[in-house]
Design a protein around this ligand. Sequence first.
Ligand SMILES: Nc1ncnc2c1ncn2[C@@H]1O[C@H](COP(=O)(O)OP(=O)(O)O)[C@@H](O)[C@H]1O
Ligand SMILES: [Mg+2]
Length: 249
Amino acid sequence: MSQTVLRGVNIVSGYGKLQVINGIDIHVNENELVTIIGPNGSGKSTLIKTMIGLVKMFSGQVFLRDHDVSHLQPHEIIRTGIPLGYVPQLANVFPSLTVEENMKMGFYTKKWDADYSKNIDKMVALFPILGERMDQKASLLSGGERQMLALARALMPEPDMLILDEPTAAIQPNIAEEMLQLIVTLKKELGIAILLVEQRARRSLELSDRGYVLVTGEVAATGPASELLAEDKIRKLYLGVRDRNENNT
Ligand SMILES: Nc1ncnc2c1ncn2[C@@H]1O[C@H](COP(=O)(O)OP(=O)(O)O)[C@@H](O)[C@H]1O
Ligand SMILES: [Mg+2]
């Protein structure tokens, strides 16, 4: 039976006095691709940031495998020794470092003197576009290439779990499809559990095992992705219109 890698139980969180997440249960199992969809401002980014200690949790619990990581800071979560990759919405790379140096920055959970070259080789194989540009400054990359570099950096410590916040936002449609395909490959070939927030709701559900629909900080629907895709109400409300606004926060 597959184990749960990340679990949030009755999460309530927000900013100062503003409550944004109103009691959410969510989990991601080993080797599962789980997508969160929902309108802009529904709390998708806030939910995932809460689970990794970037937003204050008012109440609830978060488990990373067997570790209770509720209320831990990100650096304390790293100390559990379970590598977790996170690529924020509008991923940043270090513009004045080269592509290879950016990747190396992601090797933080390993010993500083450990040999990272094997992992670099893996990234070159996964991202041939980056492989050709290892010595160039990251500032020279296109938006899509930067997003790939942020993803490669997150993969360097060989994470058990990857959390991606709108990795296809603000990149061209053909590159977006390539990115989604790559995410499926990561799940299949590396066996990583992936939690994906996506505006390309229909497409990402088509590629996912399960999904959550978030509305005003609550789970409006959840289940196998195929069931969500087949449900009339969800199709009309959340899958009809695609990618109108790619600049949400
Ligand atoms: N740093 C912040 N301070 C205060 N309110 C915020 C902050 N970030 C997001 N919010 C608010 O929280 C709500 C959910 O935002 P967010 O989680 O970014 O939604 P989504 O990712 O689904 O678009 C919105 O009303 C937004 O204005
Ligand atoms: Mg967001």
